[in-house]
Design a protein around this ligand. Structure first.
Ligand code: TYM
Length: 321
């Protein structure tokens, strides 16, 4: 089974990215064939400072490696190093009804928030379909916000296969039930574009400062508090299990502590959780040449899979004449 996912290098990686997709990918390395890439073409829909995009691409690769993507187990590369994906994107565009893209939540959401629309934002799901289908992916681990994009890839693949035969593999999305959507500090979905993220590799003090801004209910210190709908609890539960989680629930139920205490606890737990990854990150940060080497190797491995597929598609569609 081939497990496949991508991340945009459009800002600091946050805990929504980690629990929504990165962790699932790292876990999948144990028993599946895993493909992970940095979606730098996709990031061009929101980053239009070239120097910044180049830096963010290396930063994202460094973070991903630090968080456990193992280049000996996974194929790990930068999207733009396998340019055939753009060719497939064009081919698939002719199998993409306008209505399918007009219904995309992510596009509708961005336009509703006043982000200037352009064609790349609109056709974003077609490029994502090309990513997934070029590599014959079986399973795509994502957060809830990306489910519809995987469904769009399936629709496009079905239309293509109806015309040209069973060439494209039908992908399935995989979301982790309990972390479909990680909340941000304002309680909305955590998202780089909403400015409500808790990043993974921030400075300790800055991170605690961000956590202290998490929006909570106004309840007197001595009163018991509800944990189910508390943003602090809902973040903390990602890092805790078993007795530790029950103990935190009891602190909420018992009263006598304010949300400020729970925030400090969350900050500490999170800092501890990522300790080992921070150390690994410091290593890769110092050894950027090694990161580049890993990405180059990954692109070679990725092409071994993508080239036969693009050849098949060129033949079927008559581009090869
Ligand atoms: P991106 O870079 O926005 O996010 C990367 C992954 O993180 C997940 N995620 C979340 N999960 C839970 N809670 C949240 N608050 C949260 N925020 C983000 C996203 O669902 C995603 O899985 N379009 C993709 C990148 C991409 C891709 C692909 C993914 C391009 N091509 C092909 C899979 C397959 C994106 O914008 O991810």
């Amino acid at each position: 089974m081939r497990v496949f996912t991508g991340i945009q290098p459009s800002g600091d990686l946050h805990i929504g990215n980690y629990f929504g997709s990165i962790k699932q990918m790292v876990d999948a390395q144990k028993d599946s064939e895993t493909f992970a890439f940095i979606a730098n073409y996709h990031a061009q829909t929101s980053v239009n400072d070239g120097k910044r995009l180049a830096e963010l691409t290396m930063q994202c690769a460094t973070d991903f490696l630090a968080l456990g993507i193992d280049p000996n187990k996974s194929t790990f590369w930068v999207q733009s190093d396998v340019k055939e994906v753009l060719e497939l994107y064009w081919v698939l565009s002719s199998f993409t009804p306008m209505g399918l893209l007009e219904r995309a939540h992510s596009y509708k959401d961005k336009t509703a928030r006043g982000q200037a629309t352009n064609h790349s934002l609109f056709s974003y799901p077609v490029l994502m379909a090309a990513d997934i289908l070029l590599f014959s992916s079986d399973v795509v681990p994502v957060g809830k916000d990306q489910i519809q994009h995987v469904e769009i890839a399936r629709d496009i693949a079905t239309k293509f296969n109806n015309q040209y035969g069973d060439i494209l593999v039908m992908p399935e999305f995989r979301v982790q039930e309990d972390v479909q959507t990680v909340p941000g500090i304002d309680g909305q979905k955590m998202s780089k574009s909403y400015g409500n993220i808790v990043n993974i590799f921030g400075e300790e003090k800055a991170q605690m400062k961000t956590i202290k801004k998490i929006v909570t209910e106004n309840v007197a210190m001595e009163e018991p508090k509800e944990f189910e709908n508390c943003n602090v609890y809902n973040m903390a539960k990602l890092f805790l299990e078993g007795d530790n989680l029950i103990a935190l629930q009891n602190r909420y139920k018992n009263g006598g502590e304010g949300h400020g205490h729970f925030k400090i606890y969350l900050g500490e737990v999170m800092w501890e959780y990522f300790r080992e990854y921070r150390e690994k990150r410091a290593y890769y940060e110092k050894n950027q040449d090694e990161v580049r080497e890993i990405l180059n190797m990954g692109a070679v491995k990725a092409r071994e899979v993508s080239m036969p597929m693009i050849e098949k598609i060129r033949s079927a569609t008559g581009i090869k004449y």
